[in-house]
Design a binder for this molecule. Structure first.
Ligand SMILES: Nc1nc2c(ncn2[C@@H]2O[C@H](COP(=O)(O)OP(=O)(O)OP(=O)(O)O)[C@@H](O)[C@H]2O)c(=O)[nH]1
Ligand SMILES: [K+]
Ligand SMILES: [Mg+2]
Length: 417
């Protein structure tokens, strides 16, 4: 790295004074010889330098992600690491950054590489058995070792696939939906959580019709929060459409914030649980918000007790959107649910982060299952399934047949990375 006067090579006119860096291959990011000019950021300097560079023969601006793509082709990183780098550039929350960094540093790639090596070894043993078993050079027990290795891999893969979409949720954001009857303060809750008047609040029941969406960072986890129309049998056709959109969102929610009016709910746990159950799809993780707590009169002990009662009552809290009382407890409950949904990005084995990965892993698992079915009848067919399984893993890391996905992966990169 040297401080130099930077001149236009054609006219010798000085354009700037800045740092010039030379990265000789193969230790550069792309593996090729690379040079960097660190210039002052003013538009006249930048355009002057770019114009001068543009006149050099063979020079052109890079495509988005082209540097990373070249690094991939030179074997500097595998596809999962490249995807991790893309995620790191776009990471908006702490937890997203931790997960992306782990993936960029190759942890996910190494996991898939290890599985691929297991398959290669199993396949080699199986082929040896097929070719040489008649000469008695290969022991019968080789076969049972192959079986055991495939079964163990099948189990590990199954567990990885069943991680509840944790990595994907963390990467794309948890879709949380605020739902409840009309006028309980759903829009007020959205506004309180995002700290701006994103949704219209009014005393008129049936105010919200469109789904209102905001992006939030809750204790490091990314959340896409939606406010929806109050659920009721509406007569107005526009409101009916709103309710139908609300139900649609509810079906697809990763997490539901069920809002009820604290002054109008039963305190008896079974009845309270049933009131929530009538709103929320049974499988969805849920937090119950008993809003308008500022309007409660008399003893609230029974209601508070119901909040901490546990099933059939979901994790619950009293809240007043008007005074803000109870918001800390709500954020605490939210944080707990998000940690459960997304997992700790630093703990355990690296998470599955992309739909693309789960598709190939699903295909790999299916091939392993077919191995089990062919194994007793036809060793040749069984071996073919192991080859297929390895191919599917190879497509995730980019070791086989990745050309078709490269454009998709590098499209989202910024120019210059
Ligand atoms: N006292 C009190 N009033 C509240 C509280 N939260 C909301 N409100 C009021 O309740 C009314 C309805 O609030 P919204 O936020 O519009 O309720 P909503 O559930 O979104 O209503 P719809 O969209 O019509 O279903 C408004 O007049 C709010 O000011 C609260 O915690 N305490
Ligand atoms: K309202
Ligand atoms: Mg509303």
């Amino acid at each position: 790295m040297a401080l130099r006067r930077i001149r236009d090579p054609a006219t010798a006119e000085p354009l700037d004074r800045g740092l010039v860096v030379w990265f000789p291959g193969p230790h550069s990011f792309t593996g090729e010889d690379c040079a960097e000019l660190h210039v002052h950021g003013g538009p006249a300097v930048v355009s002057g330098v770019l114009r001068a560079l543009g006149r050099l023969p063979g020079l052109r601006p890079a495509e988005p992600g082209e540097f990373t793509r070249r690094a991939f082709h030179r074997g500097k990183l595998d596809l999962t690491a490249a995807e991790g780098l893309g995620d790191l550039i776009h990471a908006e929350t702490e937890a997203q950054r931790r997960q992306a960094l782990r993936q960029m540093e190759g942890e996910l790639g190494r996991l898939y590489q290890r599985w691929s090596e297991t398959l290669t070894q199993a396949l080699a043993h199986l082929e040896a058995y097929i070719d040489f078993s008649e000469d008695d050079n290969v022991e019968e027990e080789v076969l049972s070792q192959v079986d055991a290795a495939v079964r163990a891999l099948e189990q590990e893969l199954g567990a990885h696939l069943q991680d509840g979409r944790r990595g994907e949720l963390l990467r794309g954001g948890v879709h949380a939906v605020i739902a409840g009857p009309p006028n309980v303060g759903k829009s007020s809750l959205l506004n309180l959580l995002c700290q701006r008047p994103a949704a219209i609040v009014s005393p008129v029941a049936g105010t919200t019709r469109d789904v209102v969406e905001v992006s939030l960072n809750v204790t490091g986890y990314p959340v896409v929060l939606s406010d929806t129309a109050g659920l009721r049998d509406a007569t107005d056709p526009v409101e009916r459409e709103g309710v139908s959109r609300a139900r649609d969102r509810l079906q697809r929610a990763d997490l539901v914030l069920a809002v009820l009016d604290a002054t109008a709910v039963p305190t008896e746990p079974a009845a309270l649980g049933a009131a929530v159950g009538s709103l929320v799809p049974p499988a969805a993780p849920c937090i119950l918000v008993l809003n308008k707590a500022d309007l409660l009169r008399g003893d609230v002990g029974a209601l508070r007790a119901a909040c901490t009662q546990g099933p059939p009552v979901p994790p619950a809290t009293l809240l007043s959107c008007k005074t803000g009382d109870g918001i800390e407890r709500l954020l605490e409950l939210l944080g707990q649910q998000l940690a459960q949904l997304c997992g700790d990005p630093l703990a355990g084995s690296p998470s599955l982060t992309q739909r693309r990965h789960s598709q190939h892993l699903g295909d790999c698992a299916a091939a392993l299952a077919r191995y089990g079915r062919h194994r007793a009848r036809d060793l040749g067919l069984a071996a073919e399934q192991l080859r297929l399984a390895r191919r599917h893993l190879g497509r995730i890391t980019g070791h086989v047949g990745a050309e078709d996905v490269l454009d998709i992966i590098f499209r989202d990169f910024c120019v210059g990375k």
